[in-house]
Ligand binder design. Structure first.
Ligand SMILES: *Cc1c(COP(=O)(O)O)cnc(C)c1O
Length: 369
């Protein structure tokens, strides 16, 4: 039986393997292993790709959020509004800074923060909003920016899953006051280890993040603030530069395969992803809904098809956030979706025939259940 992974990183790597090895060799021979020319070039290339003034490489996507919020002045006693339907890091960094995450429920179609419910959660302690472009689908940025302007809030786009996504013809990452990316291996632009980046058009914010990532020093050994050791690795940058050239092709490959899934899954009970007309969804994950999710996932696993749940527990229901006092049912859409959504295999190298086979297996399950 042929096993089908959720994501096949080796298949993506194979055609560029030689180029990657040459890039690593270049770094080894160059001898500058931290903050060398590859990091600088990659930062410039990402800034150009996204269409922003500044791109600052950091150690990972979590640190990108942390340093950006720190630079924006988020700290003890502040509140930061975000979604509970995301990876833990989005809220974790808020807590690390001594601030409190305030969770707003999600929209049932896009899985993004429900902008209609944000205003009711704004208090005089609210300092920032972190929309997450979840699964590669842009959040409603116009409405979020209008609220932010009215209430003088900092907006940080968590774009870890959305490098290359577009909103009304503009690239994600240019819409808020700053945005962050992750180069964790499974992300649409993934390295071979950890990596992250902050982008912004704000000169002052960018300068502060550049200082924060090197222990708050400028120049070296002269410390003006308490910072971090959080730099993008030179070897990762060298390899990511090669991969960035393929990103649009890979994202388009995902979009084409998602469209095929949508078409083929039409006459099944599964709810397929919604993609708003005015946005370019890059399908970091292809998420569907099923009433009998766990049973269907078990059936697919038996047939060699990997699937995954993103995310099984919404953040307001995580043990560590129990003290925040969210009752069961308080954010009903995210709780409901956590029990019924899951991801099907999706990557640019996934064969059309394999997609047909996966859908046939799903239909076979429903024929018998
Ligand atoms: C992956 C991810 C992060 C964290 O990125 P790391 O590079 O793993 O630290 C943050 N937010 C979201 C939405 C993510 O998917």
């Amino acid at each position: 039986m042929k096993k089908i992974p959720l994501l096949d990183l080796k298949a993506q790597m194979a055609p560029i393997r030689e180029e990657l090895l040459q890039a690593v060799a270049k770094v080894l021979d160059n001898g500058q292993y931290i903050m060398g020319p590859e990091v600088k070039a990659f930062e410039e290339e990402v800034a150009r790709y996204v269409g922003v003034k500044h791109a600052i490489g950091v150690a990972n996507g979590t640190d990108a959020l942390l340093l950006a919020l720190d630079a924006a002045g988020v700290g003890a006693g502040d509140e930061v509004i975000t979604t509970p339907f995301t990876f833990f890091a989005t809220a974790e960094v808020v807590s690390q800074l001594g601030a409190t995450p305030v969770f707003v429920d999600i929209d049932e179609k896009t899985y993004n923060i429900d902008v209609k419910q944000i205003e009711a959660k704004i208090t005089d302690k609210t300092k920032a909003i972190i929309p997450v472009h979840i699964f590669g689908q842009p959040a409603n940025m116009d409405e979020i920016m209008a609220l932010a302007e009215a209430h003088n809030l900092f907006v940080l786009e968590d774009s870890a899953q959305a490098l290359g996504s577009e909103y009304k013809g503009r690239k994600i990452g240019t819409l808020g006051h700053a945005a962050t990316y992750s180069f964790f291996p499974t992300k649409n632009l993934g390295g071979y280890g950890d990596g992250g980046m902050v982008v912004t058009n704000d000169d002052e914010l960018a300068q502060k993040i550049r200082i924060l990532r090197v222990h708050g020093s400028n120049p070296k050994y002269y410390h003006s603030m308490i910072g971090y050791n959080s730099r993008l690795d030179e070897m990762q940058a060298a390899m990511l530069r090669i991969k960035l050239r393929h990103l649009d092709d890979w994202n388009n490959g995902r979009r084409e395969r998602a469209a095929l899934y949508n078409e083929l899954l039409k006459d099944t009970p599964l709810v397929t992803p919604y993609a708003a007309e005015d946005r370019k969804h890059i399908y970091h994950l292809y998420i569907v809904q099923a009433d009998d999710r766990d049973q269907l996932m078990a059936y697919l696993k038996e047939k060699g098809i990997s699937t995954g749940v993103y995310y099984p527990v919404p953040l307001h229901q995580q043990d560590v956030y129990k003290p925040l006092g969210y009752e069961k049912g308080s954010l009903p859409v995210s709780e409901y979706m956590s029990n019924r959504t899951f991801a099907l295999p999706l990557y640019a190298e996934l064969e059309t025939e394999t997609i047909h086979m996966i859908v046939d297996t799903i239909k076979e399950y429903y024929a018998n259940n």
